[in-house]
Design a protein around this ligand. Structure first.
Ligand code: NAD
Ligand code: UDP
Length: 344
């Protein structure tokens, strides 16, 4: 599906992260001027380095919890800035609460000042450990408000409430999308999420660490499909919430076996302790997205995982090559100069 919309200027908060970088790429391809705002908390300038030669692409250091501004008119604000992996948000609990609350407040204020449409990247985590399966958008969820995951779940629920309030008050035309587990190239190999962890472990011949009995389920959506869904929601006049995910559900144990097969790895599978409040099932009801956006995911898990594995294998080979070159000859990386390619 091709999503076309005449957009002159788009702000992407969290644009140097995994999903954000794919969005920036697609927006640049469509000819839009893009402001990519990020504080590199869990993202990296490297993720958008290939866009640096585009004069309409602006990577700017910005902590959205402190305030947001860009010069000139803006048509659309895509608000993605927030840690997203459980390992990240459990190690960054206060930053995560602030990104969902203060960050969303500042992103909405920017949209209000510029008269721009606003999209909130919310999450399937607002359904918590769901008692209804699959999850439709009118399900209110089952979230532990004081458990460790609440730093993410409740921040996103607050962000949804704030977005809906600005919309009801007439100050911002907005849409909320609830993104389900998305995977693909540019995930960090150590971000702790199941897909990059299993791929990294399988490629290295290490045991795959399956949490609990591995019978909990997830529904994996390839990043190109998620980007299509986000852009379709942004282009629609719909307020959401809209589920963006792939209903192809599998157990985590099957995911580990799938990755092992696709990588032709001899790794064993070991069972490790599961996280507190780890949801037992997760699968989107995507009928609303189908009806109002004419959007449906296209990439089956077998194909998306194969593409993702190929990318991770390429990265591992590149890392090995870089390590083999004496350090005086190696090209400077972003860690050598944090300001590379970043306006501040
Ligand atoms: P990510 O960690 O790769 O990207 C998040 C980006 O936000 C990073 O570049 C990070 O540096 C930036 N960021 C964090 N706090 C910031 C701040 N205070 N100011 C500026 N930038 C900040 O994660 P992702 O998987 O790309 O997720 C992007 C968004 O999509 C998040 O809002 C997440 O909640 C949502 N989402 C993702 C998934 C998924 O499966 N990937 C699922 C549901 C929702
Ligand atoms: N998981 C796992 N091993 C890992 C990482 C994750 O078994 O090394 C499990 C995790 O406990 C959860 C599922 O895989 O049940 C998906 O976890 P992920 O962190 O990818 O995303 P979540 O859906 O929890 O946000």
């Amino acid at each position: 599906m091709v999503v076309q919309q005449d957009l002159d200027c788009v702000v992407v908060t969290g644009g140097a992260g995994f999903i954000g970088s794919h969005l920036c790429e697609r927006l640049c391809e469509s000819g839009a001027k893009v402001w990519c705002l990020d504080n590199m908390l869990t993202g990296a300038a490297d993720n958008v380095a290939h866009l640096a030669s585009n004069l309409d692409f602006h990577l700017t250091y910005c902590d959205v919890t402190a305030g947001i501004d860009v010069p000139g008119p803006v048509d659309l604000v895509l608000h993605l800035a927030s840690p997203a992996s459980p390992v990240d948000y459990l190690r960054l609990p206060v930053q995560t609460l602030k990104a969902g609350s203060l960050g969303t407040l500042h992103a909405l204020d920017l949209a209000a000042r510029k008269g721009a449409r606003f999209l909130l990247a919310s999450t399937s985590e607002v359904y918590g450990d769901p008692l209804l399966h699959p999850q439709p958008e009118d399900y209110w969820g089952n979230v532990n408000p004081v458990g460790p995951r609440s730093v993410y779940d409740e921040a996103k629920r607050f962000a949804e409430a704030l977005t809906a309030t600005y919309r009801r008050g007439g100050s911002v035309d907005s849409v909320i999308v609830r993104i389900f587990n998305t995977y693909g190239p540019r995930m960090r190999s150590h971000d702790g999420r199941a897909v990059p962890t299993f791929i990294r472990q399988a490629l290295a011949g290490e045991p795959l660490t399956v949490a609990g009995d591995g019978l909990q389920t997830r529904s994996l959506c390839y990043v190109d499909d998620t980007v299509n869904g986000i852009l379709a929601a942004a282009a629609s006049g719909h307020p959401g919430p809209l589920n963006i995910g792939n209903p192809e559900e599998m157990t985590v144990l099957d995911l580990a076996r799938h990755v092992r097969r696709l990588t032709r790895s001899n790794s064993s599978i070991v069972f490790v302790e599961s996280a507190v409040d780890d949801p037992k099932v997760r699968c989107p009801d995507t009928s609303l997205g189908r009806d109002v956006l004419d959007w449906r995911p296209q990439v089956p898990a077998s194909e998306g995982l194969a593409r993702t594995i190929a990318w991770f294998a390429g990265q591992a080979a590149e890392d090995a090559r870089t390590r083999a070159v004496p350090s005086s000859e190696a090209a400077p990386g972003p860690e050598d100069d944090a300001s590379v390619g970043v306006d501040s």
